[in-house]
Design a protein around this ligand. Sequence first.
Ligand code: HDE
Length: 700
Amino acid sequence: MSADDKPAHRPGSFEHLVSDYGAGGEFHQHAGEGDPRLTTAQGVTISDNQNSLRVGAPGPTLLEDFVLREKIFHFDHERIPERVVHARGFGAHGIFECTKALGDITRAAPFQAEGTITETFVRFSTVAGSKGSPDLARDVRGFAVKFYTDEGNWDLVGNNIPVFFIQDAIKFPDLVHAVKPAPDRGFPQAQSAHDNFWDFISLTPEAMNMVMWQMSDRTIPKSFRTMEGFGVHTFRFVNKAGKSTFVKFHWKPKQGLQSVLWDEALKINGFDPDRHRRDLWDAIKAGDFPEWDLGVQLFDEDFADSFDFDVLDPTKIIPEELVPVEIVGTLTLDRVVDNFFEETEQVAFCTQNVVPGIDFTDDPLLQGRNFSYLDTQLKRLGSPNFTKLAVNAPRGCPVHNYQQDGHMQTGNRKGRVNYEPNSWGEGPRAHPLEGYVSFVVKEEGEKRRLRPESFADHYSQARQFYISQTPAEQGHIANALIFELSKCQVEDIRARVVAHLLNIDGALAETVCTGLGLAEMPDPAPAARPTRQDLPPSDALSILKNGPEDFSGRTVGALVGNGVDAQLLAALKDALSAEGAMLKLVAPQIGGVRDSAGMLHVADEKIGGGPSVVFDAVVILPGKEAELIAGHPSAQDFLKDAHAHCKLIGHHGAEALIAATALQAKVDGGYMPLDAASVEGFVKACRALRFWDREPTLAK
Ligand code: HDE
């Protein structure tokens, strides 16, 4: 609990409540001397906030009671529509520091000089679930960044996956309808494992690259802090001379990439549906500020012409091996919001928000987004004046224009001039040199509804993604497909997806076909272009090849009992803190345990409230309570899950619990006996995050 989470009064006391009955028998709870006065929205001090105005006891209640009516009226109108997608999200403030000037490539303000600091606001989100849905749904994560630059706001509204399901904005409502709860029954919530989603996908071959990413562990990140972000589309950088360079944006977490396992995700959702938002909040509050490097892939028309795929096709990446990612700055999130609604809920990202030096391309998805975001903010926030809210208003530069009035206006210009041109000699004018100038592109062609042929290869990059994964990651993709398709009730839908997999990787299709128990392998789906077998694997596409270098920012969960070895516990705490990691205690009671030297250690969680799924590694130190802990079903789950999730398991005196879970015969190299001398070795081993060698043994 941080200082500002602590109540002001003495624990257990009622001194903050002054309660009495008045002369007429009326019950009051009111302010003590010096407390701020409670008022109505009109500023009138309220005498009684507990009892409405009545005639007699108990009533009737009077319509005249403006205090009651105003309070209820405002409450009745608290909700605004949730975002049609990305409803569940969490935001934080930060700064972006330029580490490599790009003045020759772009005139965009954040990149003009090394060391330039730009304030930012970031909102992470899931896509499909409603506002109250769990954080660990298998889903794409939004990664939206607002840069408050000196030349206006730039919104880089990205995802944690660099490709998208569809190539044209016109298909977006269908995609979203298909993944959201079915309209007749209103479920399932926050998941893609259902017929409607896979029906749509199986009829949309262009989705196959994204489907590979979606079925990988990318969609169940350990934390927002351990995922990448991508701008997805190809954008343009434009320099002062008007020269354009294509650019793709990447956010690379300094914390390293890390995801959970699907079984963990399911359990975390039950134990702590707020896992990701809590994690970000706790880290920032603890001063462990998460950081991402901003990388850019820069390329010109010649590269675009020679590349195997169309750089305007948002279902394709440009492998980092072909165009390296240059790091140009660092984003640090260092401040939580003061108010969730005012900032996280009301922040309005718009892809159309660009600043001089940044421009769009003809990517048909991006063009559609430029309409959608502004439009949806009006629906959500109810007034075109949402730009005046503190979280949305530009900070580094003045705003001067003749836009006026509208709901909740607070910033109309003073004076009589509200049009331009005018001869009153006042008011802002456009500036042809400093103003935003769209990059000049010559366009020609027939006006038709068509999809470029250069967008036609739907499988080659899906295959490239799959073959870039480690065997463990490939296994997770197959399992995810089997899980999701097993939730589809229509066998034909399952078979249609397997037919696409055949165009990606024969062995994967075989595994999924067997895992589903399909009667026979279907024929491959008709493909507009044959799958290229020659695209080389790219290490950048794997999570496990891009993990953290150390164990910092991670947490070990210790299952402890009274009498836990004092020296061992102290050594463990020291070794973890030297690594920048934490130890959390899970004890029979939240009040804590006394160690072998009689010292009290307050517990972070009670057994059953702190399951091993929320920790990166575990230690079992039952002290004198080995038998009691061994008999506790939740303690058994703690160990069984840590084992099943391939976690490192340090232990001392845990034989009884290991026996109670029948794991004696399965103790492997991921189990490490602990004493004060071996804790450092244990912490080093934890850097690997998982003991993957265990995974193939689990089903046996
Ligand atoms: Fe979005 N998307 N999107 N999207 N999107 C929205 O805008 C839309 C797409 C993304 O934290 C909505 O403010 C269309 C790609 C993020 O507030 C809406 C299409 C990418 C967020 C909308 C796409 C994204 C949104 C809903 C296809 C990754 C959350 C609420 C043409 C590059 C922003 C809102 C936040 C939100 C439309 C596809 C990312 C309806 C029409 C591709 C991170 O405007």
